[in-house]
Design a protein around this ligand. Sequence first.
Ligand code: EPZ
Length: 418
Amino acid sequence: MGKIIVNGGNRLNGEVNISGAKNAILPILAATIIGGNESTLFNVPNLRDVEIMVKILNSLGCRVKYMEDIMWIDSKPLNKVEIPEELVREMRSSIIFMGAMLSRIGEVKISYPGGCEIGPRPIDLHLKALRELGAEIEESHGFIHCRTKGLIGTEIQLDYPSVGATENIILAGVGAKGTTIIRNAAREPEIIDLQTYLNCAGAKIKGAGTSVITIEGVDKLIDVNHNTMPDRIVAGTFMVASAITEGEIIIKNVIIDHLQAISAKLREAGCLIYTDEKSLKIIGPKKINPIEMIQTLPYPGFPTDMQAQIMALLSIGTGTSIISETVFENRFKHAEELIRMGANIKTFGRIAVIKGVKELTGAKTTAKDLRGGAALVLAGLAAKGETIVENVYHIKRGYENFHLDLKKLGADIKFIKA
Ligand code: EPZ
């Protein structure tokens, strides 16, 4: 399982390069099976979730080779319809293969992904949309069996701008006959990256990044190269690392526009942020201002994936802050761990009230999910004494070399294999 040990108190200083985005590469890896074509992907992050996606591609018969951050996939040999249950259980976002498999071969069998640490994570919006596109879906014994003689494009109104459901509909729409229109689509930048990859392969998609996306079905996709967009949540996490240690960090290979909501809140907390074309400098304040209200929202609102990190920062703010987690039902598990470190946090359902304390003290803590685990490491950077973060495999799902990058920036940090 592994643990990270941090001795707090060092101000971080230096430069960090941001890797490719986990939440962009995962749907793109699913998309590589649609055309039976070859895809060469650049800036692919080395993450546990990417490894699981590669295992699924291999289990379906696809050929995958990768070296450092370049990955080559040949999906021509695909010859299976079932996604292995143990892999779906390891990574619930493998549900994204449904739309791609229906586009490629008109059938897929996948176990119900089930909930995870941050909530029940239903997939009703995915299934409703795929049925509207003409898929016959049977749910029994914990499995979902989807079949179609051919998907037919249609207009789909999403009840909620679900990222995964939007992506699944795009992947299904590429192989459908006619035109599919998604209304109330998710606007996350990772969906623009998926559109870019697919259009380079010959798909005809427009509107990604807005709430209306149009997909015209095509019969063929060609070989394609794609450079994965940088990870805005990893970038935001390092921004908080600078903020919480009164540091001065230059973050390279970012898309400034993707960080607007995060930057706005960190400026409210007292950070100085200077930007140029593809990088930014963030200087953490001596005193961290409280933030009256942070509401997590679908993009372009403040991202739920940054909620735990900003809660760690506000734990040592000079006043009381409120966080409203509107996206997930149960995403405050890191609060009880921060309280072990001396934070003064009270949660009421999806509302957390954080009363800043002068100083956190190092403690033995446990990561309960990906972003909560990262937040505990951030808190450890500022805490007095030694902080241990157990179950670091959560963090490895979404951060490449997290502790090594922090060490390069001056943190007193190490990773201990279990
Ligand atoms: C994606 O998850 C991201 N994961 C999440 O990042 C991110 O937190 C989330 O979008 C919101 O931005 C990937 O991209 C792999 P949703 P996804 O469907 O697609 C409810 C991380 O830390 N919902 O937009 O699962 C759902 O329960 C991860 O990198 C339904 O009710 O998110 C949730 O409350 C965590 N029915 C809300 O919508 C459905 O059919 C948002 O979920 C689908 C979703």
